[in-house]
Ligand binder design. Structure first.
Ligand code: NAP
Ligand code: MG
Length: 403
């Protein structure tokens, strides 16, 4: 078979530990035999980040702004222990944090679902995607703990000289006070990213806050979403999808009773809490994909899990591991599909779809990595090593592509 052609390169961000090993295996088994791969390669593995004083991370984010579509391997966020393990010059910041800040992006997380893994919520038939606003609120707060009676006030001093002052509480004894903020600009970016992604997926968008209680703060989120939606209304009508706003407690109840198959936009804290609940209820972190979407339509695809350190140490001892490559494969297929759509390359889009279907064929025959074996129902699963699993997917992909 002739290899599938690409025109614009993908931004390829390599990473660390077990996922770096999987990265190469996936390329060797499932990509290079079929695609005339074009990438701009950035090594975000910790040794090279350290060598370049993290410049490589910044370069890779700039490349994503320029080329539009990136695929990223999981990377180590250094802590004290990593400082000595890798003999680092500095405790470099999280690459994901750096890239997210540079792209001003929103992270969308979607579980990969298969018939043999039943969600803990029996009503859920289709995946639920969580879109988390990744700026502000309690994550950028200031807090005070007081020890005596007194008065707490909220004060704003405008550059115009305007002064707004509100009494928060007159304390009769010790207590706690919290000040938090968000910006219209950040909320607006979040709204654009959500509406664009809903159109991409042709799925309804839900958004919820507590604007009945927090009339100005949450009220502002509601109002900005409503205002931004006016720009997308016609496109939503044409795609046959809806924007649905409700209160957060009502949303939680409806999500539990829903069939799934929609995008749930969450404020920062709600997204933090709900994404862990939704991903666990769908089955496994190893089956969760993640994509960062910027308000001007740049995409960075990755797995939601980390570098799977425990498996890597086994691998270093020469043991075969059974690390699940699904989320990393789907990061690649997501990036190929998006690149194919943008460059009008139907063969590349088809390859992405067939690659995902070959993964499903393999899993549906009960051939899976060991993390899924205990979760599977209604089939007799066989636990494979990562490489055995990839080779089974390759066989099925060859048949699907007529290679
Ligand atoms: P992790 O790599 O996600 O792994 C935690 C555990 O979850 C693993 O030990 C394994 O459980 C299971 N697991 C996760 N992915 C799996 C897969 N693909 N296949 C099979 N099992 C899987 O999280 P971590 O150990 O907390 O973090 C390790 C490193 O990753 C850290 O340095 C952290 O900074 C980094 N990290 C990076 C990202 C990112 O780049 N997006 C995200 C999170 C963490 P068992 O050991 O029980 O098999
Ligand atoms: Mg969390």
């Amino acid at each position: 078979m002739e290899k599938i052609k690409m025109t614009t390169p993908l931004v390829e961000m390599d990473g660390d530990e077990m996922t770096r090993i999987l990265w190469k295996m996936i390329k060797d088994e499932l990509i290079l035999p079929f695609v005339d791969l074009k990438t701009e390669y950035y090594d975000l593995g910790l040794p090279y980040r350290d060598k370049t004083s993290d410049q490589v991370t910044i370069d890779s984010a700039n490349a994503t702004k320029r080329l539009g579509v990136a695929v990223k391997c999981a990377t180590i966020t250094p802590n004290v222990q990593r400082m000595s393990e890798y003999n680092l010059h500095q405790m470099w910041k999280s690459p994901n944090g750096t890239i997210r800040a540079m792209l001003d992006g929103t992270v969308f997380r979607t579980p990969i679902t298969i018939p043999s893994i039943h969600p803990a919520v029996k009503f859920w038939k289709k995946p639920i995607t969580i879109a988390r606003h990744a700026y502000g609120d309690v994550y950028r707060d200031v807090e005070i703990q007081t020890t005596e009676p007194g008065v707490a006030k909220l004060v704003f001093e405008g550059v115009s000289g305007e002064r707004i002052e509100e009494v928060i509480h007159e304390f009769a004894g010790p207590g706690v006070i919290e000040g938090m903020h968000n910006t219209d600009a950040s909320i607006r970016s979040f709204a654009h990213a959500c509406f664009k992604y809903a159109l991409d997926l042709k799925q309804n968008l839900w958004f919820a806050t507590k604007d009945t209680i927090s009339k100005k703060y949450d009220g502002r989120f509601k109002a900005i979403f409503e205002e931004v939606f006016q720009e997308y209304k016609d496109a939503f009508d044409a795609a046959g999808i809806e924007y649905f706003y409700t209160l957060i407690d009502d949303a939680v109840a409806r999500v539990m009773r829903s069939e799934g198959g929609f995008i749930w936009a969450c404020k920062n804290y709600d997204g933090d809490v709900m994404s862990d609940m939704v991903s666990t209820a769908f089955g496994s972190l190893a089956m969760m994909t993640s994509v960062l979407v910027s308000p001007d339509g740049k995409y960075e695809y990755e797995a939601a899990h980390g570098t799977v350190t425990r498996h890597y140490y086994k691998y270093l001892k020469g043991e075969e591991t059974s690390t699940n490559p699904m989320a990393t494969i789907f990061a690649w297929s997501g990036a190929f599909r998006k690149r194919g759509e943008l460059d009008n390359l139907p063969e590349l889009v088809n390859y992405a779809n067939q690659l995902e279907q070959a993964c499903f064929d393999t899993l549906n025959e009960g051939l899976e990595t060991k993390d899924l074996v205990n979760l599977s129902e209604g089939i007799t699963p066989k636990g494979l090593t990562s490489l055995e699993f990839l080779k089974e997917i390759r066989k099925r992909l060859e048949i699907r592509l007529g290679a």
